[in-house]
Design a protein around this ligand. Structure first.
Ligand code: CO8
Length: 258
């Protein structure tokens, strides 16, 4: 399916989604977020796709929600339409792993979109920020919640209150991104990480996502119980038998997602 604001290609079980509004630094408008929700929904149901990589351009992952589209809206409009809620829910509902490959600006909604992904690989050119305060608003796609969980209250407050940008090195140091790579190698590294995940059991990677995401929602005791029961239940799968047999037989496992 052709999109107006995205370039989507599937190769070797990886669906690469590139945000493509170069003239607006990939600002997130209604069309782009609607298409993104649709592309991720399609990838979720496409058996050829095991992992999704979401990226932007060298200059910007995304410079935030589209200010020109938002500026004239009223309270009643944004409240009644629950602006972007369906689209962002569709992205976070995806059960397949999503890697954000971020170069350049990831600001406001762009930073929030990256944080909706399962992990972020950043180019050394990446700049993260929640500058909504400069526009007289707060983050609205989860930034005050997700950034605080990732980097802690002090740094999150600093980012949201001053609107300053965080460079890649600080983002890695503070736990916002999983790794930083030279900009030229960003896509190679992100695709290699996606390939590595694609080789695993898709059944087990869904279980990993469910368990790790519970860490954000549940008290420790409940989260550990959830994990333990998930561990137990995976003993009902062929992939558990295959994974452990392959280890003992000193060969590579052949997972069948069963
Ligand atoms: N929205 C619309 N257009 C944008 C945006 C944006 N967020 N960011 C950049 N653009 C456009 C510029 O207007 C410009 O267009 P034109 O060439 O037609 O004038 C073009 O992209 C290039 O931008 P610049 O000329 O400004 O490029 P610079 O390299 O000089 O600066 C910056 C790059 C620093 C990224 C600068 O563009 C900037 O500050 N952008 C805005 C960043 C920002 O404030 N982001 C937060 C937006 S608000 C938000 O994300 C809230 C999300 C929550 C919504 C929740 C709903 C419930």
């Amino acid at each position: 399916m052709a999109f107006e604001t995205l370039i989507v290609e599937v190769t070797d079980h990886v669906c690469l989604i590139r945000l493509n509004r170069p003239d607006a630094l990939n600002a997130l408008n209604q069309t782009l977020l609607g298409e993104l929700a649709q592309a991720i929904g399609e990838a979720s149901f496409n058996d050829a796709v095991r992992v999704i990589v979401l990226t932007g351009s060298e200059k910007a992952f995304a410079a935030g929600a589209d200010i020109s589209e938002m500026a004239e809206k009223s309270f009643v409009e944004v409240f009644t339409s629950d602006l972007f809620a369906d689209e962002t829910d569709a992205i976070t509902r995806c059960r397949k792993p999503i890697i954000a490959a971020v170069a350049g600006y990831a600001l406001g909604g762009g930073c929030e979109l990256a944080m909706m992904c399962d992990f972020i690989i950043a180019a050394d050119t990446a700049k993260f920020g929640q500058p909504e305060i400069n526009l007289g608003v707060v983050a609205g796609m989860g930034g005050t919640q997700r950034l605080t969980k990732l980097v802690g209250k002090s740094k999150s407050m600093d980012m949201h209150l001053t609107g300053r940008f965080m460079l890649a090195e600080e983002a890695e140091r503070s736990g916002l991104v999983s790794r930083v790579v030279p900009a030229k190698k960003l896509m190679e590294e992100a695709m290699a990480a996606a390939q590595k995940i694609a080789e695993k059991s898709a059944l087990t990677s869904k279980a990993v996502k469910e368990a790790v995401n519970r860490a954000e929602e549940l008290p420790l005791r409940e989260g550990i119980l959830f994990e333990r029961r998930l561990f137990h239940s995976l003993f009902a799968t062929e992939d558990q038998s295959e994974g452990m047999a392959a280890f003992l037989e000193k060969r590579e496992p052949q997972f069948r997602d069963k």
